[in-house]
Design a protein around this ligand. Structure first.
Ligand code: TXA
Ligand code: MG
Length: 337
């Protein structure tokens, strides 16, 4: 049985936090909201507990987890040394959606790092997450709280849908603010390298510490094992149209409707009067897409279409992170520039 406790994200109820902290200390699994997506947490110093994360999610053992901390002191318990540039980024962006890859300390659970000599760490920006870590008095390893390969969860309902019955507790703090995962930055190299784009953009990072590299896909595969696996995907075949006019999008939808049922998500107005067609209209900004894209993919999928067609957005700023996730989720991509 999975227990669900609702709590106020601004002033989390202490009984719920204490109960969740006890589950973590006893080696159990707790899903909790961060500012990005819901995480599935376990005590990062307890190997048996961390293994349960992989089991519950069906996560490949070679995909390491992010460790969540609530202070610099706690960071020093998991990472061996913090380079000067990383220190600047911590001052500027923590708590927040920036994960730093650092050299690991030997006493964290081996599965957290999946055999690498590094550990990915961040200080999350939600009160529930910070208070949970504080009450548990231990760093919390937490990947996104979805079944492996599925869209990341932005509500407690999404977590229940994927992991109900397989985890001990869900802290329900409502929908998350940002909606896509943190930026992952490797600071063990100079210049540092973005392994996964996110809400903190390359421009924001360069402004703080100078040149930043963006991993080319081969490099990324080698250094961030998680990016190799199929990700963020609905059950239906997802077709991404990176850009195209409303007329073009409508033509593609009609073409597929000849042989299939079609779900569509985009910022263009595509209306087709066909019972096998269903559309969700999104705002056109990166923020609109980030906020709603995973929930939208789940909603479309629930109607069991054969094909989901998604319209892309501009790559500028935070758009890069949104487009990264859509490309990984897609079976086919059209209009790569
Ligand atoms: O916003 C987020 O980052 C959310 C919330 C829950 O904090 N977490 C999240 O975790 O997205 P997950 O497991 O879904 O993605 C972690 C990413 C993967 O791409 C993984 O390969 C990479 O971080 N990663 C973890 N440890 C790493 C390491 N030591 N070196 C390189 N990449 C690492
Ligand atoms: Mg994930």
């Amino acid at each position: 049985m999975t227990q669900v406790l609702e709590l106020d994200p601004e002033r989390p109820q202490q009984e719920a936090i204490q109960l969740a902290a006890a589950v973590i200390r006893n080696g159990g699994l707790v899903a909790f909201p961060t500012e990005t997506v819901y995480g599935l947490g376990a005590d990062a110093m307890n190997e048996d507990a961390v293994r349960k994360i992989f089991e519950a999610k069906g996560r490949p053992a070679d995909n390491p987890c992010i460790v969540h901390v609530d202070s610099r002191d706690m960071l020093d318990r998991v990472a061996r040394g913090v380079p000067a540039k990383a220190g600047l980024l911590i001052q500027k962006f923590w708590p927040g959606p920036l994960t730093l890859v650092l050299d690991r300390r030997p006493d964290i659970a081996p599965s957290v790092s999946a055999g690498l000599s590094t550990v990915a760490v961040r200080m999350p920006g939600s009160r529930i997450a910070l208070e949970l870590i504080g009450a548990a008095r231990t760093p919390i390893a937490a990947p996104s709280a979805n079944a492996s390969g599925r869209p990341s969860p932005t509500t407690a309902e999404h977590v229940l849908e994927d992991l109900g019955g397989r985890i001990d507790l869900i802290l329900d703090g409502g929908a998350t603010n940002i909606g896509i995962e943190s930026t992952v930055l490797d600071v063990t190299t100079d210049p540092p390298m973005i392994l996964r784009p996110g809400w903190i953009t390359q421009e924001m990072l360069s402004e703080a510490i100078g040149p930043i590299e963006r991993a080319a896909s081969d490099e990324e595969l080698r250094r961030s094992p998680g990016t190799r696996h199929r990700h963020y995907s609905p059950r239906a075949r997802l077709i991404l149209i990176e850009h195209g006019s409303a007329e073009f999008l409508e033509r593609v939808c009609r073409q597929h409707l000849k042989t299939a049922s079609v779900g569509f998500a985009g910022h263009s107005d595509v209306e087709i009067d066909d019972p096998r067609f269903y559309a969700i209209r999104l705002g056109s900004s990166a923020k609109d897409y980030a906020n709603s894209i995973y929930a939208t993919l789940r909603r479309l999928d629930a109607r069991r279409p054969d094909v989901i067609i998604v319209e892309g957005i501009s790559e500028a700023g935070e758009g890069a992170a949104v487009m990264d996730r859509l490309r990984r989720a897609a079976s086919e991509v059209f209009g790569r520039g």
